[in-house]
Design a protein around this ligand. Sequence first.
Ligand code: AMP
Ligand code: MG
Length: 391
Amino acid sequence: MISLCQAQSIIQFHMRPLSSENCLLIEAVGKFLAQDVYAEIDVPSFDNSAMDGYAFCYDASLKSYKIVGSIAAGSHLKIALNKGETAQIFTGAPLPEHADTVIAVEQVSASGGVIQFDPDVVFKGMHVRNKASQNSKGDCIAKKGTRVGHGLIALLASCGIKHIEVYRQPVVDCIITGSELQDLGSTLSDDNIYNSNGPAIHAFLLQCGIKIQNTLAAKDEKKILRDILDNSLQKSDLLIITGGVSAGAYDFVPEVLEEIGVIKLFHKVKQKPGKPIYCGIKEHRWIFGLPGNPASVLACLNQYIKPCISGLSGDPHMFNKYVFLPAKNSWKKKSGLSHILKAKIEENQVAILEGQESFNLLPFNQCNAFVVLEEDVDIVEKGDLVKAYFE
Ligand code: AMP
Ligand code: MG
């Protein structure tokens, strides 16, 4: 059986971003740049004031200036200043000709069309945003592989960029297997359980910025499963299956996947929960079979599916999303398997929660993270640094 680390290396090795698409800037949020982006203009494109105040040409010998005009932001007024002259100016307004310095309105006294100030508080170039001081036309302002967040959107918009080339996000289908499952809204029959994985995966994907294409339910019958899996594989980049991947008599998923031509990358990982996890590919389509226990599913979503979505979406650092934080409590485990533990990060510490059984969802009423303890770890003392992922 391979280790969690090996499983991640295998995924990384086979990962290729999906094709790219040209996208409206605001629709690119959460996606990854498929090309370096170059500025088409200087920003700022003109010298302008960083303050509401008065603009003038700096002269160390002067401490009063005559007001000869007023320039608002967006004004196209052209004023040329002579020695000893100033113009009232507002934040973002273009500097008048010959001006190189702005003094804030709070630092002057103005009366009779003249301003006066303490010359010690002024230096040449003060409160001026020079043309091209953010970037020059032609500069590379963002690199391929960068995630498009609202900050980057602001930067690109400031350069007048309306469309960008980003990697496509995966089309995801989900198949929930298990003859014992019932959907919410129906009265629970004896010996059945509610399908909690379906809603959890749906919500998880939304948090990743992905709207699931289809969620289908499959009974534990080989023929039904085969038809559903075969059909879904034609239409998605990533297929998430829950249940039916372990060693039970009704766990048909690995066998059926092989029959429909999926190449297995691994099946079973030295981890808890989620040991029977399956991963395969068919013609660049990814297939994950997650053991059905709800806590296994949630741990595997974070450990494997989120990085896989990132990798397909063009993230060059698909697996490096953890932090090391001091443990808030001590914890014991058997060595041999990596443990993925429900946890809560608060005040720069991480608490490992009670109720780690893989059927037990109660800790998710406060869980916001997972702690991963390596195979050889058997004890964590309070204050030890542990690897944690935000949920
Ligand atoms: P399996 O991996 O199919 O052997 O399922 C393992 C355990 O998870 C069993 O107790 C199942 O009843 C339970 N389980 C499987 N799928 C779901 C689901 N969608 N929602 C809640 N529990 C499930
Ligand atoms: Mg099952």
